[in-house]
Structures are given as structure tokens and as C-alpha cells.
Design a protein around this ligand. Structure first.
Ligand SMILES: [Zn+2]
Length: 337
């Protein structure tokens, strides 16, 4: 004797009138109700700048990217602007490093020179400059040393000097990334004193200590010669502390708050979106790109779809602005398919 067959499940009794798949039936419907749309105008492309002319040094761990002399950086920026990309974020690699990283504020250094060249080239885009000492210090730390400790307060005026040098050279935005306490206030005071009250500050507010910065350190030659950055960058385990850093930065005068790495900070972006009414930026860092590139090179994932997915998730979590090495590719895919 077999058991009686169960009565067929009535979909209507479970789903009732609610059938979310109705709006997924075809591409037109999906497009109509899409909640998050990427735009090249809300993207910033990082550029690594070196001294000299007509110099291009490929970066092995960042396929398709190179360190560029200011003249080539200007050509590159103009090309990015022509693709509709909203801005560039400049990092400088000086010829010589020393313990105080004073090269960061050299008006003839790679970043101020590139800023002037990009302005002269007429690129219609936002020019942002990273403000830190790690590319300029002989020890590779983001601040100056007192023995083997990072001296927070002695670092602040050096960061402010660098920000003023970049504002002098035409930066619209300066972006302090050293994770020193009080760095936003120090930059704001320095900029205002120098007559740059209109220069905006995009604060690296929530910057976790991360293995995902590996390729960047090769690109910028900024691997610390001893120890690590855990005494100033945040513990990856901490989210409430990230919100606290953001509160502090808003109080100190930050115009834009940034989180980094992006993909490991989606919860922080979402919480920040509910908490702060200033623009939020997320930095899709070199290791995030490297994971996509390396897996795609092996045929393990679809490069384009993975890049679009990750960027869309970053925007969905709350980022208004995405800083990404994939900006040129994303702009191409978004405008030409
Ligand atoms: Zn740094």
C-alpha cells in the first residue's frame, strides 16, 4: 500500500499576489526598476606620477597600469576625461626619499608638476591629490618617526604643507590618507591660512590595515622598512570605530568621507549612508583589482561582469564616488557595452 501523494503545492497560496519575478522577466523591465546605476562621472581614477619627461614604467602587479611622468599623466588624464570619468587621484613617487618625507611638499615634485600639466592640458575633470608621507619617507611609514614609533603630532604640519603645495598647483581636492589623528583639522587650518578655503578635503576616514594594498606598495615603492601600519590604520574587525573616525573627520571639516578597501567595507558604507549627509567615497584598492585580474587571466571569472558587479555593490552599499583602477574599463563598458 503506497502512501497517498501529497496535494500539489499551490503557488498562489504561498506567494499570493506577490511575485517578484514579474519585474525580472526581460531586460527592459529589469532596467526600468534597477536601483543602482553606475556612472563614469562618479568615478575617480588613481594615477602614479614620477619625475621627468616621456617616462612610462609598467607596474607588474597592476596589469595595464604604469607610473607616468607628468607630461604622460596629463595625456592620460585628458583621455580619461574624454571618456567621462569624473576625476583623477594623484600619487607621487619621488626620486629620493628621506626620513621626514619632505618631498611630499616640494612644489617641483611629481604631483604638483602633474597637477599643473593636467590643468594646462585642459582636462575637464576633478583633480585630487593624495596626501601622505609614505611614498616620500625613507622608512616607508605614513608619518615621521620618534625612535620606532610614529609621531602623530609631528607629522601633521608636514601633511598640511603637502596639501598646500597641491592646492597651490591646482588641486580641487586633497585627500589625507595617513590615518594620523587630527589630520583633517591640520589640513583645513593649513589650507585656509594659505588662502585655499575653497580646496575640498576628501578624508580617508575609514582605512583598514589590509593585505589588499599589496600591489599599490609595489607601484608606489612604499612598503614599510620595518614593522607594519597597525598603529595608525584601523583593525579590520572594527566597524563602530570606523563610524567614530568619520564623526571626527566631519567635525574637523572633511567635505567627503572615504572608506577603504571598498569591498571589505560595505557594511560601513551602508551605516555611514544612514548616518552622514556628506558625499561618501569608496576606494576599490589595488588588491581588489588584482583578485579580479588574476582570476580573469586564468579564465576563472568573467572580468567585465566581475568588475561591474563589484562596483555596483559598492555603489549600492552607499558610495557616491568610486575610486577605482578599473575606471577606464568601466566607463567603456557603461557607455559602449
Ligand atoms: Zn601613507
Amino acid at each position: 500500500m503506497g502512501r497517498a501523494a501529497a496535494a500539489p503545492l499551490s503557488v498562489a497560496s504561498v506567494a499570493g499576489a506577490k511575485r517578484p519575478r514579474r519585474l525580472r522577466r526581460n531586460a527592459a523591465l529589469r532596467s526600468l526598476v534597477r536601483e543602482t546605476r553606475l556612472s563614469p562621472a562618479a568615478m575617480i581614477a588613481p594615477i602614479f606620477v614620477i619625475s621627468g619627461r616621456d617616462r612610462r614604467e609598467p607596474i607588474a602587479s597592476m596589469p595595464g597600469h604604469a607610473r607616468l611622468s607628468p607630461d604622460l599623466a596629463a595625456l592620460h588624464a585628458r583621455e580619461l576625461a574624454s571618456r567621462g570619468i569624473g576625476g583623477v587621484l594623484l600619487f607621487g613617487i619621488p626620486d629620493e626619499k628621506e626620513p621626514l618625507g619632505r618631498g611630499a611638499s616640494d612644489p617641483e615634485g611629481p604631483v604638483p608638476t602633474a597637477l599643473r600639466r593636467i590643468r594646462d592640458a585642459g582636462a575637464q575633470m576633478v583633480l585630487a591629490a593624495d596626501v601622505c608621507l609614505c611614498e616620500y619617507t625613507s622608512h616607508g611609514h605614513c608619518g615621521v618617526l620618534d625612535g620606532r614609533e610614529i609621531d602623530n603630532d609631528a607629522t601633521l604640519p608636514l601633511l598640511a604643507d603637502a596639501a598646500v603645495a597641491y592646492a597651490d598647483a591646482g588641486a580641487d581636492i586633497v585627500a589625507p590618507s595617513a590615518m594620523m589623528d587630527g589630520q583633517v583639522a591640520a589640513l583645513r587650518a593649513g589650507l585656509d591660512t594659505a588662502g585655499h578655503s575653497q580646496t575640498a578635503i576628501m578624508a580617508y576616514s575609514s582605512k583598514h590595515s589590509s593585505a589588499l594594498y599589496g600591489p599599490f606598495r609595489e607601484a608606489a615603492g612604499s612598503t614599510p622598512s620595518f614593522g607594519d601600519r597597525k598603529s595608525y590604520q584601523m583593525d579590520i574587525a572594527n566597524g563602530r570605530e570606523a563610524l567614530h573616525e568619520m564623526e571626527r573627520d566631519v567635525a574637523e571639516g572633511a567635505d567627503i568621507l572615504m572608506v577603504k578597501p571598498a569591498l571589505t567595507s560595505l557594511d560601513i558604507l551602508a551605516r555611514a549612508r544612514d548616518t552622514f549627509n556628506v558625499p561618501l567615497a569608496a576606494y576599490q584598492v589595488s588588491g581588489e583589482m588584482a583578485m579580479i585580474e588574476a582570476a580573469a587571466a586564468r579564465g576563472w571569472i568573467d572580468r567585465k561582469q566581475a568588475a561591474l558587479e563589484c562596483s555596483t555593490a559598492i555603489a549600492r552599499a552607499g558610495a557616491d564616488v568610486i575610486i577605482t583602477y578599473l575606471a577606464a574599463d568601466l566607463a567603456h563598458w557603461l557607455t559602449e557595452g
